[in-house]
Design a protein around this ligand. Structure first.
Ligand SMILES: O=P([O-])([O-])O[C@@H]1[C@@H](O)[C@H](O)[C@@H](O)[C@H](O)[C@@H]1O
Ligand SMILES: [Mg+2]
Length: 315
């Protein structure tokens, strides 16, 4: 049966590669920086130019398709995922890296239909690594198949995370308190590429055993989420349940209080990185843009070692 979305995926790969060329050229001569939610939440003209280029090219070929783009949302557009074919775009994932010429800068393009990601493309353009995944057909890097690590002992693992763009002392304290617990499991190491999409591709490649982050957006993770699962990985929320971070009803862990003022998130974050016997977990707690309290309050997290759980009998 013909693959309905193959031509769309081929277009995504081609436009991601073209966007990578634009980013590499801009790296040499145009890194003018402005800021968004904080003095360290950076954006450049190249982010905006690349997103416009991607969206324009898709509209010409697929006029009925819809878009969720990081910079369009920053400019006030809604971030609503419907059942319509939707391109979920982060034109530059790793903007801070781009500004500093730190070598992990990715174009991330996820494509969802009926609120299910059908393909994901992450082009790490300074490494020239094209990560792709088509639902049910595996994950690849430059055409080579990807498989998550087979490590099952968290003490033999490398964990990836990021510090995000909040410098609120309470948030920073919670981030480091969590990091300390993870480091002292102990694990072999903690790393961060500076881009959620590349971190997720590193999980899919088996280079790191898990990645978690609190307070990221749907455009950071939509493409990488499929690349991880097609490489044998698992996406989980803080309750150990399978997560679909691109869905608008995904409970944003970033919430610091619910209506009753209780603190359900800290109850829920009873567990973090668990490396199962068969697959790996990418914990991330996406912040759903617009209309949701996205205060990045990172809660204390405790550590559980790999074991069967009622949520994941296959572990
Ligand atoms: O802004 P951007 O470079 O597209 O995306 C970045 C994410 O990839 C990263 O995981 C997060 O820690 C940063 O705060 C930033 O959100
Ligand atoms: Mg971005």
């Amino acid at each position: 049966m013909a693959d309905l979305w193959q031509s769309a995926m081929d277009h995504a790969v081609a436009i991601a590669r073209k966007a990578g060329e634009t980013i590499r050229e801009a790296l040499l001569n145009d890194r003018k920086v402005t800021t968004k939610s904080s003095s360290v939440d950076l954006v450049t003209q190249t982010d905006q130019k690349v997103e416009k280029m991607i969206i324009q090219s898709v509209k010409e070929r697929f006029p009925a398709h819809r878009f969720i783009g990081e910079e369009s949302v920053a400019a006030g557009e809604a971030s609503n995922l419907t059942t319509a074919p939707t391109w979920i775009i982060d034109p530059i994932d790793g903007t801070t890296n781009f500004v500093h010429a730190f070598p992990f800068v990715a174009v991330s393009i996820g494509f969802a239909v009926n609120s299910q990601v059908e393909f994901g493309v992450v082009y790490s353009c300074l490494e020239d690594k094209m990560y792709t995944a088509r639902r049910g057909k595996g994950a690849f890097c430059n055409g080579e198949p990807l498989q998550v690590s087979d490590q099952t002992d968290v003490k033999q693992s490398i964990i990836a995370t990021e510090f995000g763009s909040s410098r609120d002392p309470e948030v920073v304290e919670n981030i480091f308190s969590s990091l300390r617990k993870i480091l002292c499991i102990p694990v072999h190491g903690v790393r961060g590429a500076g881009t959620a999409a590349v971190n997720m591709c590193l999980v899919a490649s088996g280079s790191v055993e898990a990645y978690y982050e609190i307070g990221i957006h749907v455009w950071d993770v939509a493409a990488g989420s499929l690349i991880v699962t097609e490489a044998g990985g698992v996406l989980m929320d803080v309750e150990g349940k399978n997560a679909k971070p691109w869905l608008p009803n995904t409970r944003p862990v970033g919430r610091n209080r619910d209506a009753t003022g209780s603190n359900p998130v800290s109850q829920a974050t009873k567990q973090i990185v668990k490396i199962s016997k068969t697959t790996l977990i990418v914990f991330f707690f996406p912040r759903i843009a617009k209309g949701v309290d996205t205060t990045e309050t990172v809660h204390e997290i405790s550590v559980t070692l790999p074991r069967k759980t009622e949520n994941h009998p296959e572990f």
